[in-house]
Each structure stands twice: as C-alpha cells, then as structure tokens.
Design a protein around this ligand. Structure first.
Ligand SMILES: Nc1ncnc2c1ncn2[C@@H]1O[C@H](COP(=O)(O)OP(=O)(O)OP(=O)(O)O)[C@@H](O)[C@H]1O
Length: 458
C-alpha cells in the first residue's frame, strides 16, 4: 500500500474541478506515474465517485513502446484504475518528429476524452519541464531566427491550464513540483517507472537542455522559473489591457470584416494596442501565429501617422489592414484562399471557421465565395465602406453541391467562426483576449477553466 502525504495531494488537486471526471495522460515515466497515483489517492479520499481514466499513447516510434503501454495497463489494473492505450498509426515524418509526436499525442488524448465524455486531461509536466521550456525559448529568442519567439510571450512557458480545440482542458497539476521529488517519492513507495530513451537522445533540443540542467547548470533552474513567472504575469496583464481596448473599440460590421474605431489608433496604451492589432490580424487572416512584433509595431506606427485622404493599405499574415477616416479595417486577403474541397466534419477552414457537417457527408464542397458571387448583394452597413464589405464577403466560405453548383436554402453544414491564434491551443494566460475576440467574431463562448486560483483570472 502506498503511503501518501494527504496535505500534499490536497495542495495539488483541491483547486481542480474533477466533478466531470478526469483523464490522466500516463506515459509510464516517473512524472505521469506519480501524478496518477497521487490523484487516485486524492479521489479515493475526497470524492470516490469521480471518474478516472488513464490513457497511454503508443507513439509506435520505438520497438518497446507497445510493451511500455502494457506495463502501464498492468499498473492500472493492479490499482483498480480503468486504462486505455491509443496508438499513433500512419506514416511518421522524417523531420520535426518531436513536434509531430506531440501533435499526434494531443489529438489522440483529445479523442479519448471526447469518446469518454470527459472534458479534462491531466498531464505530468513538472517544474523541470517548465524550466526546460523556458530555457529552450530563451535560446531561440536569442537566435537570429527568433520569429514568433521574439516577443517574450513564450517565456511564460506552459500555463497551468490550456484549452485544446475549444473543448478539452489540459491541466498540469505538477508544474510547481520538482521531478526529483516525485522520483524520490515513487522510490520511497517501492513504485517504479519507465525511462524513455528518447529523453536522453541529445539530437533533440529538449533532451539537450535537460542534460544541461542536470550537468552542473542546475543553477539555471531558479532563474528560469522566475523568468516564467514574470513573463506569465506580463502576458496576462497585457492580454487584459488588449481585451479592454478591443471591447471598447472593435466591431464586426459584416461577416469577415473587423473594424476598429479611430480612437483605437490614439489609445494611450500603445503596447496593448499593438498586441490587440497583432491578435486581430491573426484572427482576420486565419493565422495560428501572431504576426511578428517588429512588423506589427512598424505597421502600427504607419497607421498612427496616416493623415489621408487616400486609405493606407497593408497586408500582414494574410490579413488586409486598411486605415481610412471611417476607422481601421481588417479582412482576409483574397490571395491563397483554400481551393474548393470536400466538407469534412470538425475541420477548420482557412483557420477561420470550424465546420460542422449534418447528414450527407462528402457530397458537399466548401470554397471562398469569390468576387462574382458577392457583387451586387452587399448588405448596407453604416460604418463600413462597401468596397471593404465586398472584399471581406468574397473571402467568406460557401457550401455547394459537388456537381450541381450552389445549394439554395437548407445547408447540410454550418461554419462557426473561430479565432485562429487561440483555436487549437488556448493558453490559460490568454483567456482575456480570447474571450474578447470570441465575443467580437461570434465564436463559441470559452468555458471557464476547471481551476481555482492558479493565476488565470482574466
Ligand atoms: N506516450 C504518452 N502517453 C500518455 N501521456 C503522455 C505520453 N507522453 C507524454 N505524456 C504526457 O505528457 C507529459 C509530459 O510529457 P514528457 O514527454 O515530458 O513526459 P515523459 O518524460 O515521457 O514522461 P513523464 O512526464 O511521465 O516522466 C507526461 O507527464 C504525460 O502526462
């Protein structure tokens, strides 16, 4: 029987809302094994009716991976915990394997959660993982090709809660706990774990950083965590200020067209205005990454200097940004729209619309409306120039029958707006701007995270 310090498990789990059940993502490594056993104890003691399901992803990348999943299954059987193994089938990419494996892992965990009717997945990320993440991002930000890492947001590291695909909360209860403590605890209990050899493969970036932290650079741990805490606070704060600006100044005069009132441009809080602009550019253009900070600042500077009379127009991340006396407008540019293709349930079209399909699947196509389809059919809006409404509508999606041209009346599918930068992974640090954008574009409301007071209050 494991001896477990109850106050410790209460500290880890009591602020998490487990009432809808929980999936624990268990690789069989020390951290997720400890998470599982600690949570099992907490549930037995406090709320024995809570549903707990352990899920192991077999990435099928190494010969021993199936046996490791079986070892986790045996552990779970011994402890009376329901367990499921899901396998990453199909071809594996030759480059970018860690990122592809991570994508596949979350996709499979998300599917397992949906199938079980559970909206919460717990992972065993620790304070060590957090420090590694921050050190990796610092190294990238210092490099010449910093790209999206250059703005410092990434230094916040992993949030205690992340919303996956708009519906499943991934929560990380061990983010404040050291790996060595978990291992010491497991060893003290006589419980073992599996050491994944990939974690020691220094051809990958994370194992290199992990090895550095272990090999005499342990002193970097504290500063890395302090950096993460500071960056998270700054990111939450900036997000709240950007959200306030969006709520005060942003509107959606027509589908696909966003408008910021002229007062937005003169807002005193310029960092927040630039941040809001970057978010809205990504939303309008369907880009999952925010545009580069330096380019967005340069554009904002030009926008501020605009005196007319002709509109100032620029394109950034597939969004057209148009400054004129009526305000600042953003819409999807007409280039590089997805070609007509079959409608698939649950997919996201052009980074901007999540598609839900009724009965009758693959017979329908989805494509951008195009200029000719919207000509002469413009809704009259008081605060948006007709030419911009026209351009925005032309890039909106329309469903059609595969062979017979446009559908009339009943549509077998629907398209709900999504905010591209927050649609796949919404870091809990970005809740405030994500909520403001969701209201603005008519996206699904964002559920409250299943967490109490862990620094995510928007
Ligand atoms: N194959 C997997 N199956 C299920 N969950 C996984 C798997 N790999 C990782 N995870 C989840 O993601 C978390 C972080 O992943 P990471 O790659 O750091 O873990 P690991 O080193 O393989 O194992 P651990 O964190 O358990 O020591 C894990 O704690 C676990 O919750």
């Amino acid at each position: 029987m494991l001896k477990i310090e109850t106050p410790e498990t209460d500290r880890l789990f009591s602020s998490i809302d487990l009432s809808g059940g929980a999936i624990v993502a268990v690789s069989g490594g020390s951290d997720s094994t400890a998470l599982l056993l600690l949570l099992k104890h907490h549930i037995e003691r406090n709320s024995p009716t809570v549903r707990l399901l352990a899920v192991t992803v077999d990435h099928a990348l190494r010969a021993g991976s199936a046996a490791e999943a079986e070892a986790v299954a045996r552990l779970c059987a011994k402890r009376g915990i329901p367990h499921k193994t899901v396998r990453w089938d199909g071809p594996k990419p030759a480059t970018g394997l860690p990122a592809a494996a991570r994508d596949a892992r979350y996709r499979l965990l998300g599917r397992a959660a949906r199938e079980a009717g559970i909206g919460l997945v717990l992972t065993g990320h620790t304070a060590d993982d957090q420090a590694e993440t921050v050190l990796m991002r610092q190294a990238r930000a210092a490099s010449a090709e910093a790209g999206p890492d250059a703005d410092g947001r990434g230094l916040a590291g992993m949030a205690p809660a992340t919303l996956y695909d708009g519906e499943i909360w991934i929560v990380r209860p061990l983010l404040g706990t050291r790996r060595a403590a978990l291992r010491g605890w497991l060893t003290g209990q006589g419980a073992g774990w599996i050491d994944d050899p990939t974690n020691d493969n220094r051809t990958f970036e994370r194992p290199r950083i992990r090895a550095r932290l272990g090999d005499g650079e342990a002193a970097q741990f504290g500063p890395a965590i302090a950096t993460a805490d500071r960056a998270a606070g700054a990111r939450i704060d900036l997000g709240m200020r950007a959200a306030a600006l969006m709520r005060a100044h942003a509107g959606r005069p027509a589908p696909g067209l966003l408008r910021l009132a002229p007062a937005f441009v003169t807002a005193a809080d310029r960092p927040a205005a630039v941040y809001a602009l970057r978010i809205l550019v990504a939303v309008a253009g369907g880009s999952s990454f925010l545009p580069d900070l330096a380019r967005a600042e340069a554009l904002f500077f030009r926008i501020c200097g605009w005196r007319g009379p002709d509109p100032l127009r620029a394109t950034l991340s597939h969004a057209v940004v148009d400054r004129r006396s009526a305000g600042l407008f953003l819409h999807r540019e007409g280039r590089d729209l997805p070609p007509a293709g079959p409608v698939r349930d649950g997919t996201v079209w052009d980074g901007r619309y999540r598609i839900t399909l009724g009965d009758g699947g693959g017979e329908f196509l989805i494509a951008a409306k195009g200029e000719s389809a919207v000509a002469g059919a413009l809704p009259v809006t008081a605060c948006a120039p007709a030419s911009l409404v026209h351009a925005a509508l032309a890039a909106e999606p329309v469903f059609s029958m595969e062979k017979q041209g446009f559908m009339g009346g009943f549509l077998p599918a629907s398209a709900q707006p999504v905010a591209a930068p927050f649609a796949h992974f919404l870091s809990g640090f970005d809740l405030a701007p994500a909520r403001a954008v969701a209201e603005l574009i008519g996206a699904a409301a964002i559920a409250a995270p299943p967490l109490g007071s862990i620094g995510l209050k928007p």
